[in-house]
Design a protein around this ligand. Structure first.
Ligand code: TXA
Ligand code: MG
Length: 317
């Protein structure tokens, strides 16, 4: 298993030597490598079992650093960076040649983000290179929001996990790209469409297509191993009488007849629900006496849209 600790100099040493280190961010844990070293980055794909057509996000310490890796920075992108960085926002921008093709899967654009987590900010400020990092989970599975989550799935493949405690947001970053001056959300995440609109006006959302720009948009993603059904829980329970079900509810409910029930936010707070989503999914997925998982959508506003997006992609078709 990996060593779990808070030693930034150890993380720096490994990363400088071309090795992988799991790092905390405010969204989810990332599996990081020197973004300018194609050999190091190749290991990310191997460890995650991730297809190389799925590009990685490059993490930087500051806007100035981001400007070194982006060939241009549209005005709207700069406004968003100024307002939301460090934070759960990834900007897709034309890339500079210094970013290796393996990072961007051959695309002419690069996803860049300045994460908001003290330990990782210190690490990034201390490194002479940016970090390419996807979420630190096997491809297609639920993202990790604690060091223990990373260790349980990838601990045998990496040496060090920088432990920054549980992730504050709990959902991946919102990904925004720019096409003909228009801002487009490629993936919903920690910052809502409403918040983005307040800064730059109109923004649209691009649904997944057969050739997704952001494979985080693949229909089946963020998925537990058990069968997972999304809908009205009382209706679903009738369909699965006799099965041992695990239940994931949004908020408090008088129904106490179920043993394996988790509540995302007792008070109905969407931020709290986002924070608890992935760890709750994992918990239900790992309980051996649960056969299937039933969940209900959350209110479809603000970060609730990103939560519902993850729930839909987790669902068994
Ligand atoms: O919050 C996050 O974004 C986390 C933390 C670790 O920063 N990272 C994360 O990475 O969620 P990952 O690899 O699981 O998801 C990255 C998504 C992928 O779906 C990828 O396709 C998209 O970002 N992406 C990266 N570069 C892109 C580009 N040039 N154009 C479009 N999408 C891109
Ligand atoms: Mg991911």
């Amino acid at each position: 298993m990996a060593i779990i600790g808070k030693d930034i100099s150890q993380a720096k040493k490994l990363l400088s030597g071309g090795e992988l280190v799991a790092i905390p961010t405010e969204t989810v844990y990332g599996l990081a490598a020197n973004a300018l070293d194609p050999t190091a980055v190749t290991q990310i794909f191997a460890v995650k079992d991730r297809p190389t057509f799925d590009p990685l996000i490059v993490h930087v310490a500051t806007i100035e650093q981001a400007q070194k890796f982006a060939a241009s920075f549209p005005e709207k992108a700069m406004k968003l960076a100024n307002h939301f960085w460090p934070g759960p926002l990834t900007l897709v921008l034309p890339k500079q040649a210094i970013i290796p093709d393996i990072v961007t899967s051959g695309l002419s654009t690069v996803g860049i983000r300045c994460p908001n987590h003290d330990l990782t900010r210190k690490l990034l400020a201390d490194l002479p290179f940016p970090l390419a990092a996807p979420s630190a989970n096997p491809f297609g599975y639920v993202s990790p929001t604690t060091a223990a989550h990373v260790n349980s799935q990838l601990g045998h493949k990496i040496k060090y996990i920088l432990d920054g405690g549980p992730c504050r947001i709990g959902l991946e970053s919102t990904i925004v790209g720019f096409e003909n001056e228009n801002a487009i959300i490629y993936r919903r995440g920690g910052i809502s469409e409403e918040e983005i609109s307040k800064i730059i006006g109109k923004v649209s959302y691009r649904l997944a297509s057969s050739n997704p720009v952001a494979p985080g948009q693949l229909d089946s993603h963020y998925a537990p191993n058990k069968k997972f059904y999304l809908g009205d829980i009382d209706e679903l329970k009738k369909e699965f009488i006799g099965k041992n079900v695990g239940i994931l509810r949004f908020m408090n409910n008088s129904d106490s007849s179920v043993d394996h029930q988790l509540i995302l936010s007792k008070s109905g707070n969407l931020e709290e629900a986002a924070r608890n989503l992935f760890s709750s999914l994992r918990q239900l997925d790992q309980k051996i006496d649960i056969e299937i998982i039933l969940a209900e959508p959350v209110p479809d506003s603000g970060i609730g849209k990103a939560i519902n997006d993850r729930l839909r992609r987790a669902a068994t078709n």
